[in-house]
Design a protein around this ligand. Structure first.
Ligand SMILES: Cc1cc2nc3c(=O)[nH]c(=O)nc-3n(C[C@H](O)[C@H](O)[C@H](O)COP(=O)(O)OP(=O)(O)OC[C@H]3O[C@@H](n4cnc5c(N)ncnc54)[C@H](O)[C@@H]3O)c2cc1C
Length: 378
């Protein structure tokens, strides 16, 4: 395991300044920030980012990308998340669907889907979890049956974030019978969320909001050309894809708005010594975790594959996001109400309700520790 210290170059700092300027101009003064990936979805906003060349940053130019670096993408993402910007319409497709299609998809899929993703025109969800398969993904029961020209898909996916708003989702399913090894015979199919036979049922979040869903698939026809990558290689592909989900700024900035608005709404000179201690503690940890995450992006640009480091940063980062809520709640005397209060109070109420999910989504803490320890033991 290795984390090499790194800092932004002058050119990278200029990119950061450009993004800050853009956000200052685009987000209205009465803008209601969101918490990390839970911030709202706004397709027009995503299209404006695309027009600036800030989606698909690491995708080759011939597929609509910018052929830039993982660090450049880190910079844009960090700025969007720390402002609580509405990135929901492009986030999943930009972070993991486009790279997965680029890596495993057919040329036709690359040319059809990727330019639309990098233009902010297509939104994707992830169809991995099922009622009885979460951490243990290889036990998925959703199955495709071969028919003329394609597959008939049957099964149920759960916790499918954004399925009610998005266009497609990549579904992990079984396409050949169990042969003694559960990792064999799994495939990923790209499924149109508006196709006949797809039913999207909301699952209310703790705060009553509509973020994720149950998606029921009943005899959904998926053409052969929507099999993502090699038939039977689904397990290898999703585990590779999950690495894109970990270690980015989305795994430590979800509660940044709390600190920001706490400071905005409290005169520095009026902070108690306890409050000052908490601000110092949170700031120091932010800086440390950010450096670890940035180091991973730099390593990727240098050709490395820091999967163990990524799993550890997600573990440390998401635990820290939860600690931030607890630390701040300890030094304020507020009756939490998600529907009224100052911006800080609203965000604190929202964070309190959504915080438990931070260490579950994208792989639970226990599972990430298992990934990291198995990797370290090799
Ligand atoms: C906000 C949010 C958004 C999500 N969005 C999506 C989405 O868009 N698409 C999607 O497919 N999924 C999504 N998920 C699902 C998420 O990936 C799963 O919740 C997660 O993988 C855990 O699966 P599970 O809920 O079935 O829990 P389980 O796997 O049943 O785990 C329950 C508990 O057992 C522990 N555990 C399980 N296995 C082991 C083990 N081998 N060793 C030690 N401990 C273990 C876990 O750590 C956990 O504490 C989302 C979840 C959340 C909270």
């Amino acid at each position: 395991m290795k984390f090499t210290p790194t800092v932004l170059t002058e050119e990278e700092e200029r990119l950061r300044d450009d993004v800050r300027e853009f956000l200052a101009a685009e987000l209205p003064p009465d803008f209601r920030p969101g918490l990390g990936m839970g911030a709202g979805a706004n397709r027009e906003f995503s299209k404006k980012l695309a027009a600036r060349g800030w989606l698909g940053m690491a995708v080759p130019k011939e597929y609509g990308g910018q052929a830039r670096t993982a660090v450049d993408r880190f910079i844009v993402t960090e700025e969007l998340l720390s402002r609580g910007a509405p990135l929901g319409a492009h986030f999943v497709a930009d972070r993991q669907t486009a790279p997965t299609i680029m890596k495993f998809g057919t040329e036709e899929q690359r040319r059809y889907f990727v330019p639309k993703i990098t233009a902010g025109e297509l939104a994707f969800s992830l169809g991995m979890s099922e009622p009885d398969s979460g951490s243990d993904l290889s036990s998925v029961r959703t199955a495709g049956t071969k028919v003329e020209g394609g597959w008939l898909l049957n099964g149920t996916k759960v916790w499918t974030s954004g399925a009610h708003q998005n266009d497609y989702f990549a579904v992990l399913c079984r396409t050949s019978p169990f042969d003694g090894d559960r990792h064999n015979g799994l495939s990923q199919l790209i499924v149109d969320l508006r196709a006949e036979g797809v039913t999207v049922n909301p699952i209310p979040f703790l705060d009553g909001g509509h973020h994720f869903n149950e998606v029921v698939l009943k005899d959904v026809f998926v053409p052969d050309d929507r099999v993502l990558g090699e038939l039977g290689s689904g397990w290898m592909q999703v585990t590779s894809e999950l690495a894109y989900e970990r270690s980015g700024p989305d795994r430590f900035l979800s509660t940044f708005g709390l600190l920001k608005y706490f400071l905005a709404e409290h005169e520095p000179s009026s902070l108690s010594s306890e409050q000052q201690r908490v601000v110092g503690q949170i700031t120091a940890r932010y800086w440390t975790i950010r450096q670890l995450s940035l180091s991973i992006a730099r390593t990727i640009d240098e050709g490395g594959a820091p999967a163990i480091e990524a799993a550890l940063v997600k573990d440390i980062g998401t635990k820290f996001e939860q600690q931030t809520i607890a630390l701040i709640r300890d030094v304020v005397d507020i009756e939490l109400d998600p529907h009224q209060g100052s911006m800080f109070e609203l965000l604190l109420a929202e964070a309190t309700l959504s915080g438990p999910s931070f260490t579950l989504r994208g792989g639970t803490t226990e599972v990430l520790r298992s990934v990291a320890s198995k990797g370290l033991a090799k």
